[in-house]
Design a protein around this ligand. Structure first.
Ligand SMILES: C[S@@+](CC[C@H](N)C(=O)[O-])C[C@H]1O[C@@H](n2cnc3c(N)ncnc32)[C@H](O)[C@@H]1O
Length: 216
C-alpha cells in the first residue's frame, strides 16, 4: 500500500503505484501454470495492475473470463484520502483495454462497478455459484469487509480453486497504534477458521494468504 503518487509507465500501461510487484507476478505465473485457470474474479481492481497481469498471463494460454469488482470509490485506508478515483477508473479501462489487445486468446471482461457485497451477491444470484477457478481479494482492508468478501467469494469458487488474499499482514498505523478492525487479518482469519474443513491453507510468501477450496 505504499508508493502512491508519481506515474509509472510500464509496457504502455499507466499505473501510479507499484502495489502489484514483480514478485507477485512471478508467484501468480507459477500458480497459473499449475491451476490453469480460465474463469477469474478480482475484488478490488483500482487501475487494473493485477487484472492486466491476469489477462496477459492467462490470455496467452487460453480464452479467459475475468470479472472485476470495484466501487471506484476508494477505501477508508489512509493512502486513498488524496486519490482522484475518477481518474483511477479511467486508467483502469485504458489499461485493461491494452491488456486485452495484447492477449493471444479471447478475453471476456466483465466489469462490476459497485460495492463488493452487492456485486458478489448479484453474481451468486445470476447463477455463478461454483463458477470460478481463481479469486483475488484486494478491496476494502477493513476486517468486517474482508470477512464478507471472503465468505461470498468462496461460494463462487469451484472445489480445487484458489483464493488469494492480498495484504494479509498489512495494518494501518493509526495515531493510537494498529487497530484490529482496520486491517484484513482478523476478518480473513475468521473466514479461514469457520471454513477450516472446506479449505487448505497453502504456504505462500509476500504477506499474502493463499487458500485452496476443497469442497462446498
Ligand atoms: C488496493 S486497491 C486494488 C489494487 C489492485 N488489485 C491492484 O493490484 O492494483 C483496492 C480497490 O478496492 C476498491 N474497494 C474498496 N472497498 C471496496 C468495496 N467495499 N467494494 C468495492 N470496491 C472496493 C477501491 O475502490 C480500490 O480501487
Amino acid at each position: 500500500m505504499a508508493g502512491c503518487g508519481e506515474s509509472i509507465e510500464m509496457d504502455a500501461y499507466e499505473f501510479t503505484n507499484a502495489w502489484f510487484k514483480e514478485e507477485h507476478k512471478a508467484l501468480w505465473a507459477q500458480l497459473f501454470g499449475m491451476l490453469k485457470p480460465a474463469r477469474l474474479l478480482e475484488i478490488g481492481s483500482f487501475e487494473g495492475a493485477s487484472a492486466c497481469f491476469a489477462i496477459e498471463a492467462v490470455g496467452a494460454q487460453r480464452p479467459v473470463e475475468l470479472h472485476c469488482i470495484d466501487s471506484w470509490q476508494g477505501s477508508a485506508e489512509g493512502p486513498f484520502a488524496t486519490i482522484d478515483m475518477g481518474a483511477v477508473e479511467a486508467r483502469f479501462h485504458a489499461n485493461v483495454a491494452r491488456a486485452r489487445a495484447k492477449a493471444a486468446h479471447e478475453v471476456a471482461l466483465h466489469v462490476h462497478k459497485g460495492r463488493s457485497d452487492d456485486e458478489l451477491a448479484r453474481l451468486l444470484l445470476s447463477g455463478a455459484r461454483g463458477r470460478f477457478d481463481f479469486v483475488y481479494v484486494d478491496a476494502s482492508h477493513q476486517a468486517p469487509d474482508a470477512l464478507s468478501d471472503a465468505v461470498l467469494a468462496f461460494k463462487l469458487l469451484r472445489p480445487g480453486a484458489v483464493m488469494i488474499f492480498d495484504d494479509y499482514l498489512w495494518a494501518e498505523e493509526m495515531p493510537y497504534g494498529r487497530d484490529p478492525l482496520l486491517c484484513p487479518k482478523p476478518g480473513i482469519d475468521a473466514f479461514v477458521n469457520l471454513h477450516f474443513r472446506k479449505l487448505k491453507v497453502l504456504s505462500a510468501p509476500l504477506e499474502q494468504l493463499y487458500v485452496r477450496k476443497l469442497t462446498d
